[in-house]
Design a protein around this ligand. Structure first.
Ligand SMILES: [Zn+2]
Length: 385
């Protein structure tokens, strides 16, 4: 009982971190080490807390821990972590200490690793019924336009397909705009504020060097444990991380996008939204191959289905009635190993099986979180602010 109570207390203890520099949890002492202004925890403490084993390194310069169902791989880039293969860019680079071994920032532990590993412990989780889809740009604001792809047009096309997909799965779906018009960030925020407990997906295309490609999912930069003035978007730091992970894993595993990782940025839209929110950069308009792929209806459909699967995976763990799992049950699952191709043999079709939705097979119907269906009885009354 005591053990379970301690696990339940973790998010609370985390919030109180500056007041509680060392917390005994599950027999392990959380030894905070300050590096500059950042608090770090030894990876060894995390391993012990989650009852993980040390795993053989997955590539040169990496450190891995986990069990049969979960793997966390740090490095070789100190900013990078992979959880069940899904790529994350850390808030603070991991550090290597001669005595304590690998150190992971407390912000990343509390605002990224734990919500992804144990999403059922997210303190303010709510049943997901309403999804707001925000096609980026519009009107005079075309977003990125290249010879290969036009951002605002593709964002809108994928948004319309995603609306159809999510509606068929029982969600109440709201588009911030469904024709080619300009909306300010404030108008998009106002749209979210009118709905009851929505989640918010803003769809974009990326731009960069012509050789860069891949999908990236952004959330607001999580606030530090001792932040005095968190932004409105920081109310949902933990849920943002879980939502981004579910969507990014699905874009990679289901749609076959290259994994550009879950990232954080100070975008004013994400900072202002008071609901779980992400910005999905579906691919690079500036990369010829990806830009041309993004313009095809087949790929747009694939992206919409992948995003809907990601929403299902997130919804399944956000239902407050879903049971707390003392042992980690990540919102992202390991992707199936690609089929081996013998030399001279034809390439097998690419495996794009979804690995989200808590390990369930992708379902046409909504992966209804626990007992209650995600189908809303009717449109929730607009929330007055
Ligand atoms: Zn954009």
């Amino acid at each position: 009982m005591k053990h379970r109570a301690l696990l339940l207390l973790l998010p609370l203890l985390a919030a109180l971190w500056p007041l509680a520099p060392a917390v005994t949890a599950d027999g392990a002492m959380w030894n905070a080490t300050a590096v500059g202004e950042v608090g770090y925890l030894p990876l060894e403490d995390l391993r012990s807390f989650y009852k993980f084993m040390s795993l053989p390194p997955k590539g040169e310069g990496t450190i891995a821990i986990g069990n049969g169902a979960v793997s966390l791989v740090f490095g070789p880039d100190a900013r990078e972590l992979r959880i069940n293969g899904c790529r994350f860019l850390l808030s603070h680079p991991a550090r290597r200490d001669a005595v304590q071994g690998l150190l992971v920032s407390k912000t990343d532990m509390v605002k990224l690793i734990d919500p992804v590993l144990r999403p059922t412990y997210i303190a303010n989780r709510r049943l997901v019924k309403t999804v707001i889809i925000d096609p980026a740009h519009g009107g005079h604001d075309t977003g990125t336009v290249t010879a290969y792809a036009r951002e605002a047009d593709i964002a809108l096309l994928v948004a319309l397909k995603l609306r159809a997909e999510l509606t068929s799965r029982g969600y109440h779906v709201v588009l911030t705009h469904e024709d080619n018009r300009y909306l300010s960030d404030q108008q998009r925020v106002d749209c979210a504020a009118r709905e009851l407990n929505p989640i918010f997906l803003s769809l974009h295309l990326n731009s960069g060097r012509s050789d860069i490609r891949g999908a990236e999912t952004y959330t607001v930069v999580p606030c530090e444990p001792d932040e005095k003035k968190p932004l409105p978007g920081n109310e949902n730091d933990a849920a943002n991380a879980a939502l981004a992970a579910a969507l990014q894993a699905s874009l990679v595993n289901r749609a076959g996008a290259k994994d550009g990782g879950c990232r954080r940025a100070h975008y004013s839209l994400l900072s202002s939204l008071r609901c779980p929110a992400v910005m999905a950069e579906l691919g690079y308009a500036t990369n010829r191959e990806e830009g041309e792929q993004l313009m095809t209806e087949a790929y747009q459909t694939k992206l919409a289905q992948a995003l809907a699967d990601g929403v299902d995976a997130f919804a399944a763990v956000m239902n407050p009635e879903s049971t707390l799992k003392a042992s980690p049950k990540p919102v992202v699952q390991e992707a199936p190993a690609p089929a081996r191709v013998e030399p001279g043999k034809q390439q097998a079709p690419k495996a794009v099986k979804t690995t989200v939705a808590q390990g369930k097979k992708p379902a046409k119907k909504p992966a209804a979180p626990a007992k209650k269906p995600v189908v809303p009885a009717k449109k929730p009354a607009p929330q007055k602010r």
